[in-house]
Ligand binder design. Structure first.
Ligand SMILES: N[C@@H](CCC(=O)N[C@@H](CS)C(=O)NCC(=O)O)C(=O)O
Length: 215
């Protein structure tokens, strides 16, 4: 039985979708941004960074969303949620997942937590603008990759990479970048496909998220 500590529509969304996709037994623990639950002593023992997500799997305690997604896929190797171990496609999945968490998601923090990266309100606004520019450049790399007609980032197989992509696509929309995203036609089309998915819809319902790409 897995236990996932989450906040709606945040970095816990991809792990939550994957838990549902796997049909894995899990308990959800909802935290609040402003209710002290992230700072609670018991939670800080699990995740000293005071962030979500955190996954508990028996004695194993994991933070970092991408690591959790990979562990969940590995917990059921027959699920096909990652290409076979040692294959070139597996390496490509690692590439996109690490690119998303290490470049796109990291730079999105400049937008969502701008005051943490500057000493003045003016500096924070500048950080936010730079964040939008950098994330837009990185998002366009995904659009470029998809422009060869492949249905998913790793080829013909939908993997955990796509659940991660949908999570970040939502945040990019929430950064007010709908127009930019629509101009990345291949990427936008994939996000529409990804949102129209039974497990995604079930997860949205559980977290109270509204669809952003389909009606
Ligand atoms: N790299 C971390 C980032 C986690 C993260 O930034 N979580 C945010 C929600 S998206 C959070 O918990 N924010 C609370 C805060 O920093 O105050 C991961 O992917 O798990």
């Amino acid at each position: 039985m897995f236990k996932l500590f989450y906040l709606p529509d945040t970095a816990s969304l991809a792990p939550h979708i994957i838990l549902n996709r796997l049909g894995a037994a899990h308990e959800l623990v909802k935290l609040g941004k402003n209710d002290g639950s992230l700072e609670a002593e018991e939670y800080l023992k699990l995740n000293p960074n005071r962030r979500v997500p955190t996954l508990i799997d028996g004695d194993l305690v994991l933070f970092e969303s991408a690591a959790i997604c990979m562990h969940l896929a590995d917990s059921d190797p027959d699920s096909g949620l990652l290409p076979p171990l040692g294959s070139a496609k597996r390496a490509v999945a690692y590439k996109w997942l690490v690119f998303m968490t290490n470049s796109i998601q990291a730079d999105m923090m400049f937008y969502f937590y701008k005051e943490r990266f500057a000493k003045t309100p003016e500096g924070a606004e500048e950080v936010k603008e730079v964040g939008i520019e950098r994330v837009t450049t990185f998002m366009s790399r995904l659009d470029d990759a998809l422009s060869d007609g492949r249905p998913y980032l790793c080829g013909g197989q939908k993997t955990i990479v796509e659940d991660y992509l949908l999570m970040l696509g939502r945040w990019y929309m929430q950064m007010g970048q709908e127009e930019n995203l629509k101009s990345m036609a291949h990427l936008y089309a994939l996000l529409c496909v990804l949102e129209d998915d039974h497990y995604v819809k079930a997860t949205y319902e559980a977290e109270g998220c509204s669809p952003l790409f389909i009606d």
